[in-house]
Design a binder for this molecule. Structure first.
Ligand SMILES: Cc1ncc(COP(=O)(O)O)c(C=O)c1O
Length: 346
């Protein structure tokens, strides 16, 4: 029987030809092709600023620095995320508060979030889970009132829409970061995209991403005195390359087709699992009519009260049927290292 993977990238001759062109050009790192990719993302999301970076993890770190977060600052996030996000917070010595998820959406439980916010809260990282946008309006009231910075972790949600607008249009004053990792909606192998509305903030992010240097290599190349640049902040080396951008540009052309294909697959899964869903044995993520999910993964929650089988039994049985699965995610506070540092507060 054919192996069903958890993901497969949609790559073709377009990506191969595009990469070949960049290689032949002799300019491989961040340059004109990266600028073109950023422009295309800006047009797609209808956002003010788009910055390509080498991963979503780096982009989130960059956002934390751009917002000026420092040791001891209180930050709230979801435990149901990829651990690289939590590593960023740990390295910055932030005071991490985890708010439990709602078992319908697998994203923040709003009532619990509201209870967790204090006068000391500096920032909230909202995780859009499984490609589905979080109901941002629920966070906005709180963040505006308390002047809290918002970072949207949209690693899985490129192409997702909330109230007919793309996640990442930043109408909520946040910094949003997407992932272009190999298994994401579209990919460049590795990579990320940061979007934000405020031009000054975008400039700051760009400098942080390029070692704190005030001019990128492509601009410096045009200058007769190429060596003349200044370090204006202690930044990081988070730049994206033209090779990756060449893949990204071709992938972006396919994104709407990819999401539509995922919608077809979702319908097939629901049809095949119909009786288990109707009997309440499996529960699916709740997606409201004003949310368009990019359908990154198809998550099922097993109701332990309705079956004597557990999650790992199901994983093994599916594997036997040649269907690969994954656990998305092992919650942050359940990892060996973080057990002693993190717990869910309420
Ligand atoms: C919610 C979430 N945040 C961040 C990341 C990290 O993305 P990247 O691999 O691009 O750093 C992932 C990766 O799967 C993710 O799922």
């Amino acid at each position: 029987m054919k192996l069903i993977n958890t993901f497969e990238p949609y790559l073709g001759t377009e990506e191969i030809n595009s990469v070949q062109k960049v290689i032949k050009s002799g300019w491989l790192t961040s340059g004109q092709v990266t600028s073109k990719f950023e422009k295309k993302i800006k047009e797609y999301l209808k956002c003010n600023n788009a910055l390509a970076v080498n991963s979503c993890t780096s982009g989130i770190n960059s956002a934390l620095h751009a917002f000026g977060l420092k040791a001891g600052d209180e930050i709230i996030t979801s435990p149901f995320t990829f651990v690289s996000v939590i590593n960023n917070l740990y390295h910055l010595k932030l005071n991490i508060k985890l708010v439990d998820i709602d078992l319908n959406t697998y994203m923040f439980d709003i009532a619990k979030l509201k209870k967790t916010i204090t006068k000391k809260t500096k920032c909230i990282i909202v995780t859009h889970y499984a490609g589905t946008p979080f109901d941002m309006e629920k966070v906005l009231d709180i963040s505006k009132k308390n002047k809290i910075f918002i970072i949207e972790d949209a690693a899985t949600a490129l192409g997702a829409k909330y109230k007919k607008k793309y996640v990442g249009d930043n109408n909520y004053g946040s910094i949003t970061i997407f992932s272009l990792y190999a298994n994401k909606i579209i990919t460049a192998g590795e990579g990320g995209i940061i979007t934000c509305k405020n031009n000054k903030l975008a400039k700051k992010l760009r400098i942080i991403n390029s070692c704190g240097i005030d001019r990128d290599p492509w601009l410096r190349k045009k200058n007769a005195m190429q060596y003349q640049y200044q370090v204006t902040a202690p930044g990081f080396k988070y730049n994206f390359t033209d090779i990756q951008s060449a893949i990204g540009i071709e992938q972006l052309k396919k994104i709407e087709k990819i999401i539509k294909y995922r919608e077809i697959l979702k319908k097939i899964y629901i049809n095949e699992l119909k009786s288990l869903i109707e009997d309440g044995i499996l529960k699916l993520q709740k997606i409201n009519s004003d949310q368009r999910s990019a359908l990154y993964i198809f998550t099922v929650l097993l109701n332990k009260n309705k079956t004597d089988k557990n999650r790992d039994d199901l994983i093994k049985w599916l594997k036997y049927k040649n269907i690969n699965t994954s656990v998305h995610y092992i919650p942050a506070h359940k990892h060996k290292f973080y057990k002693k540092y993190l717990k869910i507060l309420i």
